[in-house]
Design a binder for this molecule. Structure first.
Ligand code: PXG
Length: 478
């Protein structure tokens, strides 16, 4: 390699521009980089896709191929790529004060401004924020904070946290334990003690023979059964994503969350809403809990708080918990080097400013969200689609082998055929980033999408579904 050549040229005007051939990037990648959630042997044989640039709702790979990013990076680039004012906010803060810690009774300007802003946009029970660097760290914070809360109240036995199968709450030891991903629990001796799981409110999986609303109540009752099994005086909290993201965009029946709230209230259990995906406008509100009529005691956030431009996470701490922590006193022995990082907080402030200035929440709630729902749900007409549903800017559809008028009567593909992955390759091949969770295809696009962008995306998805259909037919799989 020519030593004088820069490793990469970030020139903003040349789509896919890079001074390194793809093969050289892939070689370096497989020689030195261990990717998250990856079969490293398989990837080094295949070679990683290098993404080199982003603008608006698109990203470009090192071959110059443009991809419509239906996943907002990883559920996070809510205001889209290439926002100059965010880069300027980071630059200005780096020049002013790139870092200082919040330990030893110290604070900084961006962190207090952001904390006040977050309190302003949160439901009224929230007046305090604890900052972390990621969603996982924030959920670790939740585990420690709810246990500290019950200790301070003289109830140290109340330490069990109830979560759900197929939930995703991060990849640290506590985050992965709170999550309900069997594959993660199978590695590294998880879950850690004091974390138990109930079923998820996934109608397609477990709602046969019931209406959605009936199933919502039944799946919420699993929480009460678990509380009684563990012992109400041992349960500290229940945690859930308003809509499960990584699990496959699982939209709960309307009856589910109000019943969960009622059960938490009945047993005085803290309710934690993990808003890492649902927060910051994805569902047309600042927080997903606001859509489902619940009043959480703690809310985890990350991703959309900075639109992913820099890492930041945290926990909105409701009055019930904050008052005990503050009034009872004593040191809470928890925190991170980057808690309240001034650059991350400056970026978050500018990101929130953009969400407000461009009225992106109002748009998603009133206009683009309903339009996406209408257009996405119309994909049900496709011969491969057994169910299609959307809420705000999250949507999922199920690929089925044989359609029926009710999803429970559809014939599913055998899971070993990995039909979702076949469909996903057609999407990528045609410039569309759409995820596969089993045979459920999901999107969570940037909130800046207008109707014409939605039309373009839906057309692309429909085309790729057709390609998948033809491919499966040729292969004798349908
Ligand atoms: N909670 C939720 C609800 C999440 O979606 C986390 C916590 C953890 O955040 P960090 O910042 O520690 O990653 C997440 C993250 C996927 C996928 O495959 C989803 C996430 C992360 C990685 C992969 O959809 N969500």
């Amino acid at each position: 390699m020519d030593a004088k050549r820069p490793l990469f040229d970030s020139s903003p005007h040349l789509p896919g521009n890079t001074c390194m051939p793809t093969s050289a990037i892939q070689k370096l990648d497989s020689a030195h980089y261990l990717h998250p959630f990856t079969d490293h042997k398989h990837l080094s044989e295949k070679g990683a896709r290098a993404i080199v640039r982003g603008e608006g709702i698109y990203v470009w790979d090192s071959e110059g191929k443009r991809l419509l990013d239906g996943m907002s990076g990883l559920w996070c680039v809510n205001v889209g790529y290439g926002r100059q004012s965010i880069a300027e906010a980071a630059y200005a803060q780096m020049m002013q004060l790139p870092f200082y810690n919040s330990f030893f009774q110290t604070t900084n300007l961006p962190v207090v401004a952001l904390a006040a802003k977050l309190v302003e946009i949160s439901p009224p029970q929230f007046k305090h924020v604890f900052f972390a660097g990621s969603g996982s760290e924030s959920n670790d914070t939740n585990v420690r904070m709810v246990r500290r809360y019950w200790d301070l109240l003289g109830c140290p036995d109340r330490h069990v946290i109830i979560s759900r199968h197929n939930a995703y709450h991060g990849s640290t030891m506590a985050g992965a334990s709170l999550g309900g991903m069997a594959g993660m629990h199978a590695q590294g001796g998880l879950p850690i003690p004091g974390i138990v799981h109930i079923g998820q409110p996934f109608y397609l999986e477990s709602g046969r023979g019931m209406t959605r609303d009936e199933f919502g109540l039944v799946s919420a009752s699993w929480l009460e059964h678990k509380i009684l099994e563990v012992g109400p005086d041992k349960v500290a909290a229940f945690i859930g994503e308003p809509i499960q993201g990584a699990g496959g965009v699982i939209i709960p029946p309307a009856t589910y969350w109000p019943e969960i709230q009622r059960i938490c209230d009945k047993y005085h259990i803290l309710l934690i809403a993990d808003e890492v995906i649902c927060g910051f406008g994805r569902l047309g509100h600042w927080f997903g809990s606001e859509c489902f009529g619940i009043k959480p005691d703690l809310m985890t956030f990350a991703k959309g708080v900075t639109s992913g431009y820099v890492p930041l996470g945290g926990v909105m701490v409701g009055d019930r918990v904050a008052e005990v922590l503050i009034e009872k006193g004593g040191e809470f022995n928890h925190g991170f080097t980057y808690s309240g990082h001034p650059v991350a907080c400056a970026v978050a402030l500018e990101n929130i400013h953009l969400l407000q200035k461009e009225k992106l929440l109002e748009l998603v709630y009133e206009e683009t969200g309903p339009y996406l729902k209408q257009q996405f749900e119309a994909l049900i007409q496709h011969p491969l689609v057994g169910e299609a549903e959307a809420y705000g800017f999250m949507a999922g559809l199920n690929l089925v082998k044989e359609k029926a008028s009710h999803i429970h009567d559809c014939v599913l593909f055998p899971s070993e055929q990995n039909i979702g992955m076949i469909c996903r390759s057609h999407m990528l091949g045609n410039g569309m980033i759409m995820r596969a969770v089993g045979d459920r295809m999901i999107i969570a696009p940037p909130l800046i999408m207008r109707k014409e962008n939605i039309d373009e995306m839906i057309e692309l998805i429909r085309f790729c579904l057709d390609e998948t259909f033809i491919d499966l037919k040729k292969g004798g799989l349908i």
